[in-house]
Ligand binder design. Structure first.
Ligand code: HEM
Length: 483
């Protein structure tokens, strides 16, 4: 096809305040969110420079979607993916296009809706146990608390809870060591990364032990291949009939990569989503009271049971999670590398170019969302999240495979927690996100006050006055939305 586009990458405006040699490294390192938000004035694309390398940042929802949908050309690759592969190998989230379709077909059955019902029971049980363990007036590091909750819930859904307590505890510690070292390693130049510092040694040990734990579990499962109704059984049993040339089933090393991918990919993102949601509820007591009213009524109807069957009635909890993911999308930016020359938005881009996509930027654009910085779960009442402008899980063929898994877990956990606790902010300073690989809530503390019968009475009264319904009437339940 003849090339009718004339514009070159030089026609894309360069973001302001680029310094010689450093480019935009300083504003990006100092306050990445402020820098990214400052770019939302650019309607289509803007160039950003980091030292000698440059990237094209996409500011437009339509162009963002084009990039997501064309994963053959806009592929995963480059330095960031090299670092991630160090830990999770060539699993589903890191592999390049030629390997992706087979892996996706093999992993998809693990997330089939029929399996979600069983996973939901585990999530609810784990969240209720966590909520039962706090004491009145406890001030907790809520991110850490949510990490232990999601690690346990992910371990149990993956490996059917048959893990000895000691293995579980070690996996929790190792996961936290690996996750916290991840971002630092990404930002550290190759030469320094290899230095045998104590931190590097701890990171290597934790990474190897975590892999060994998972490989050990896989070996045991191979010896006893009955279906344990967990994620690992689904992965082991998956057969790809469309596979041409490749193996029809996952090998042991592929299984280990996928298990680690799900484990690390799902555990931290869901934990920080929950921590942010609890923070937002603490800051917005009127929403918290309404949520407690919804929770009281749903639990009363179900005789105190919390499971997948309750989800359609948890409309406000679902909207709170949707709104939390808009304000604090854990994957605040993603990158792609062009596999070949391509046109985007009328501009010719060269193979090898880096593209940056940012849910955070789109979610905070005032022309896309009224009062974008305000926490307003009711903006989703009767409104379906738009596929182009609401992208906490990405889009297209590489969209998060665990989106329904995460939403189910987050909604049930939120419900279990607010049913029992009133969340109160600690300190007077507004809490700022820590910008790492994820938009982290690390260090966020909340006070937990036990709810008393009188609270429940008051909240019920509040519900009658201000909540039209405790069901999903009017929509807003992200569980209904599929790409
Ligand atoms: C709130 C929680 C979560 C958020 C915000 C989230 C976000 C995302 C995003 C944005 C992507 C696309 C990345 C890209 O296109 O570059 C993604 C992919 C992925 N996520 Fe999640 N995720 C969450 C939970 C989970 C869970 C619970 C699992 C597994 C148990 C999981 C497993 C994956 C995998 C395997 C991929 C790669 C999919 C592919 O390339 O085909 N995620 N996630």
């Amino acid at each position: 096809m003849p090339d009718t586009t004339t514009a070159t990458v030089a026609s894309i405006p360069l973001a302001p305040r680029a310094l010689p040699l450093l480019g935009h490294a300083l504003p990006l390192l100092r306050d990445p969110l402020a820098f990214i938000t400052s770019l939302s004035g650019y309607r289509e694309m803007v160039r950003v420079r980091l030292g000698p390398s440059s990237a094209v940042m996409i500011c437009d929802p339509g162009l963002t979607r084009q990039v997501f949908l064309n994963d053959r050309v806009f592929d995963k690759g480059g330095a960031i993916y090299d670092r991630i592969r160090e830990v999770i190998g060539d699993g589903l989230s890191t592999c390049a296009y030629p390997l992706h379709r087979r892996q996706r077909r093999l992993c998809q059955p693990s997330f089939h809706p029929t399996r979600l019902t069983g996973y939901a029971a585990v999530f609810a049980r784990a969240a209720q146990a966590k909520a039962a363990g706090w004491r009145d007036g406890d001030v907790v590091d809520i991110t850490q608390e949510m990490m232990t909750l999601t690690t346990r819930a992910t371990m149990e859904t993956m490996f059917s809870g048959a893990l000895p307590e000691e293995t579980m505890r070690r996996a929790l510690t190792d996961t936290s060591t690996v996750v916290s070292a991840f971002f630092r390693r990404m930002m550290t130049p190759a030469l320094l990364r290899g230095l045998p510092t104590p931190k590097k040694r701890r990171y290597d040990e934790a990474r190897h032990r975590l892999s060994a734990t998972i490989e050990g579990i896989i070996a045991e499962r191979r010896a006893d291949p009955t279906d344990h109704a967990d994620l690992l059984s689904a992965l082991i049993g998956a057969v790809d009939d469309e596979s041409e040339g490749g193996e029809k089933q996952l090998s042991d090393s592929e299984l280990a990569d996928e298990a680690l991918t799900f484990f690390l990919g799902g555990m931290e993102t869901t934990a920080i989503t929950l921590a942010w949601a609890l923070h937002l509820l603490a800051e917005n007591p009127h929403v918290q009271r309404r949520l407690q009213a919804e929770t009281d009524s749903v639990l009363a109807e179900g005789g105190g049971t919390l499971d997948a069957g309750r989800l359609p009635s948890l409309g406000l909890a679902s909207r709170v999670v949707t709104e939390t993911l808009r304000l604090y999308p854990p994957a605040w930016m993603m990158t792609r590398t062009l596999r070949e020359d391509a046109e985007l938005g009328g501009v010719r881009l060269k193979g090898g170019s880096t593209i940056v996509l940012s849910p955070y930027l789109l979610h905070r654009r005032s022309d896309l969302y009224a009062e974008p910085n305000r926490f307003d779960p009711d903006r989703w009442l009767g409104a379906q999240p738009d596929r182009a402008t609401y992208i906490p899980f990405g889009a297209g063929p590489r969209k998060c495979i665990g989106d329904q898994f995460a939403l189910t877990e987050a909604i049930l956990a939120l419900t279990a927690i607010v049913a029992r606790w009133r969340l109160v902010p600690v300190g007077h300073e507004p809490f700022q996100p820590k910008v790492e690989t994820s938009l982290s809530s690390r260090g966020l503390r909340l006070r937990l006050d036990e709810r008393r019968t009188s609270d429940a009475d008051t909240t019920t009264a509040v519900r009658s006055a201000s909540t039209p319904s405790t069901t999903t009437a009017g929509g807003g339940c992200p569980l209904d939305h599929q790409e």
